[in-house]
Design a protein around this ligand. Structure first.
Ligand code: SAH
Length: 211
């Protein structure tokens, strides 16, 4: 399934993800079209496969990023109920999804990495496009170093409307979950018994008034 969506150009990759119904919402498609994956994946950027980015980390496959963006869209895009969405991307790695989440219209997106070199890589990759540089300059996107299990307090707001976890987790850490607003949504890959990460993921939803 993964290979079916590969393309020769960024547009072709996104069109194929859309044709294969992995990208469903026009807003998600538009956001992906704004970000050139070649700025984030060192090799074969338009293949629907993960790629190594060093430090034993990978940029996830485009269909995984598509699933995450689709699930987080309602909580990452401005709406009357949520005019300035705050998004936390735990294990930001290449910075690709951090950038895509910002293109969904979130007011604040923080990419959180526990490896400083990868925090720097995400930021450097984003600086490769004018749009990415603009998002960094405006402060809408920031990359920080920290342990994702503890979440992140940027001192600017209470918690997060949407949390994406790019790192494999054996459990949903209470401290991180505690920072999810109600209503809010967390997208997190689930580690299967035996330690291998499949393309499984879980979605945590916090209900609240109006949620
Ligand atoms: N979402 C990124 C990277 C996925 S790989 C992308 O697609 O490019 C998972 C990332 O999570 C790695 O970069 C790894 O360094 C980071 N990571 C793992 N455990 C972490 C933790 N406890 N806190 C923060 N980041 C972590």
């Amino acid at each position: 399934m993964a290979w079916r969506s590969s393309g020769a150009t960024n547009r072709e990759l996104i069109e194929n993800l859309s044709r294969n119904n992995l990208i469903k919402s026009p807003a998600v498609k538009e956001a992906f079209l704004k970000v050139d994956r070649a700025h984030y994946a060192p090799r074969s950027p338009y293949q629907d496969t993960p790629q190594s980015i060093g430090h034993r980390a990978t940029i996830s496959a485009p269909h995984m990023h598509a699933a995450a963006a689709e699930k987080l869209l309602p909580f990452a895009t401005p709406s009357p109920a949520r005019p300035a969405p705050r998004v936390l991307d735990v294990g930001s790695g290449s910075g690709y999804l951090t950038h895509v989440l910002a293109e969904l219209g979130a007011a604040t997106v923080v990419g959180l990495e526990h490896i400083r070199e990868l925090r720097d890589l995400g930021e450097a990759n984003m600086q490769r496009s004018e749009e990415g540089q603009g998002l960094l300059d405006s402060g809408r996107v920031r990359f920080v170093v920290g342990d994702g299990r503890k979440g992140w307090d940027d001192g600017e707001g209470e918690g997060w409307d949407a949390i994406h976890v790019g790192a494999a987790a054996r459990e949903v850490h209470g401290e991180l979950l505690g920072q999810l607003r109600a209503p809010g949504r967390m997208f997190i890959p689930v580690e299967e018994e035996g330690g291998m990460v499949g393309s499984m993921f879980g979605v945590w939803i916090r209900m609240g008034r109006g949620g």
